[in-house]
Design a protein around this ligand. Structure first.
Ligand code: NAD
Ligand code: AHE
Ligand code: ZN
Ligand code: ZN
Length: 380
């Protein structure tokens, strides 16, 4: 490899369930097919918190978390053709190579080219990490590791975006906002006039609501345990809001089926689980219309947790689906989403409720679970 290592600041997760530590790390130059990126802004997603909590079977410590960011290419490794230094990029935890059997199938956005390496916290060319701290190896996370001033990612994980897009907003298209929009537009393929229920009104859920608004849904029922989320959900486009606590022991799926019973059968055309709670996943399936209702699981549940329902629910035509990164082919679709954002077709700015500096990243983790925080953007 040519190029020099860079010493820079990064927030290191040394162990599960411990605060991150701001450290001086060494970032090696990019290897073949790799790119070193100067991160300008990174948001926190609940999946970062989930992995830090120790519940992620792929969580490997010490590591540098972070996967919702935007930055500028600093240098490229051998053979890299799609980006040059100075390009503005969004690192994507879901790669797109266009050549592997998964990409070629055109049936999925899940690229298999480097997935086993990103899951193991290393780079594909030599199965090694590019990060270290005082000689100790620090593992990569989701192929992105954006809680660092510089990171190294695979070329196939980089979406090159419009240089006019503000990086402190475009970063959100690296995960949460794209995930919700895509679940509606790509996975459910919701159509004009449909009815829908969205469980969990955080960033992912609200992005589903925005997608449903774009699709022309006639009814969007937002469900959350926290009623403080309702005013904002209505602003995003929810026509109804429900708090399960208001219905005592009555299952929320029964409430939804009753309130959508205009045709004498009841149930929504589409539902989206945006929490990561396996009980709620069941409610989301069972509130779907008999014969055709489809439920999309977006939430990430902890290791060992499982979903269940009566098979009769599926026998009678309900469909259970799931989506990673909203079904978007990252490298191709993220630049298009950035354009849609610049054209004011989709909301992005509105999810940024907090802005902090890298040294305050532990406060950012706290903010994520407090009150009305949607996305906290950390500026390097
Ligand atoms: P968030 O915490 O901001 O939102 C979750 C919302 O659910 C909150 O408003 C909370 O009040 C509500 N809630 C919690 N328990 C509830 C319950 N039992 N019933 C009703 N409401 C409840 O999280 P987020 O950033 O929007 O992410 C949501 C989920 O999506 C997480 O599990 C995250 O890991 C996952 N995620 C998945 C993908 C993917 O590609 N599939 C991408 C991003 C995030
Ligand atoms: N590592 C976990 C799974 C975590 C997970 O499901 N990740 C989602 C993205 S969450 C983004 O905030 C995903 O896209 N998964 C598909 C993939 O290829 O990682 C585990 O259970 O092992
Ligand atoms: Zn995420
Ligand atoms: Zn591929």
């Amino acid at each position: 490899r040519t190029g020099q290592p860079i010493q820079c600041r990064a927030a290191v997760a040394w162990e599960a369930n411990k605060p991150l530590e701001l450290c001086e790390v060494r970032v090696d130059p990019p290897g073949p097919g790799e790119v070193r990126v100067k991160i300008e802004a990174t948001a926190l997603c609940h999946t970062d918190k989930y992995t830090l909590s120790g519940q992620d079977p792929e969580g490997k410590f010490p590591c540098i978390l972070g996967h919702e960011a935007a930055g500028v290419v600093e240098s490229v490794g051998e053979g890299v053709k799609s980006v040059v230094p100075g390009d503005h990029v969004v690192p994507c935890y879901q790669a797109y190579c266009g050549e592997c059997p998964m990409c070629k199938s055109q049936k999925t956005n899940l690229c298999s080219k480097i997935r086993k390496y990103t899951g193991a916290g290393v780079m594909a060319s030599d199965e090694k990490s590019r990060f270290s701290c005082n000689g100790k190896t620090i593992w990569h996370f989701m192929g992105t590791s954006t809680f660092s001033e510089y990171t190294v990612v695979h070329e196939v994980s980089l979406a090159k975006i419009d240089k006019n897009a503000p990086l402190d907003k475009a970063c959100l298209l690296g995960c949460g906002v794209s995930t919700g929009l895509g679940a509606v537009l790509n996975t459910a393929k919701a159509e004009k006039g449909c009815t829908a229920a969205v469980f969990g009104l955080g960033t992912v859920g609200l992005a589903c609501v925005d997608g449903l608004r774009l699709a022309g849904a006639k009814r969007i029922i937002g469900v959350d345990l926290d009623k403080n989320k309702f005013e904002r959900a209505k602003d995003w486009g929810c026509t109804d809001t429900l708090c399960p606590k208001d219905f005592g022991d009555k299952p929320i799926q029964d409430v939804i089926v009753e309130m959508t019973n205009d045709d004498g059968v009841g149930g929504v055309d589409y539902s989206f689980e945006c929490i990561g709670n396996v009980e709620v996943m069941r409610s989301a399936l069972e509130c779907c219309h008999k014969g055709w209702g489809e439920s999309v699981v977006l939430g990430v549940a902890g290791s060992g947790q499982e979903i269940s329902t009566r098979p009769f629910q599926l026998v009678t035509g309900r469909v259970w689906r799931g989506a990673a990164f909203g079904g978007y082919r990252s490298r191709i679709d993220v630049p298009k989403l950035v354009t849609r954002y610049m054209n004011k077709e989709i909301r992005v700015d509105e999810y940024v409720t907090d802005v902090m500096k890298l040294e305050d990243i532990n406060k950012a983790f706290q903010a994520m679970t407090d009150g009305l925080c949607l996305r906290c953007v950390v500026l390097m």
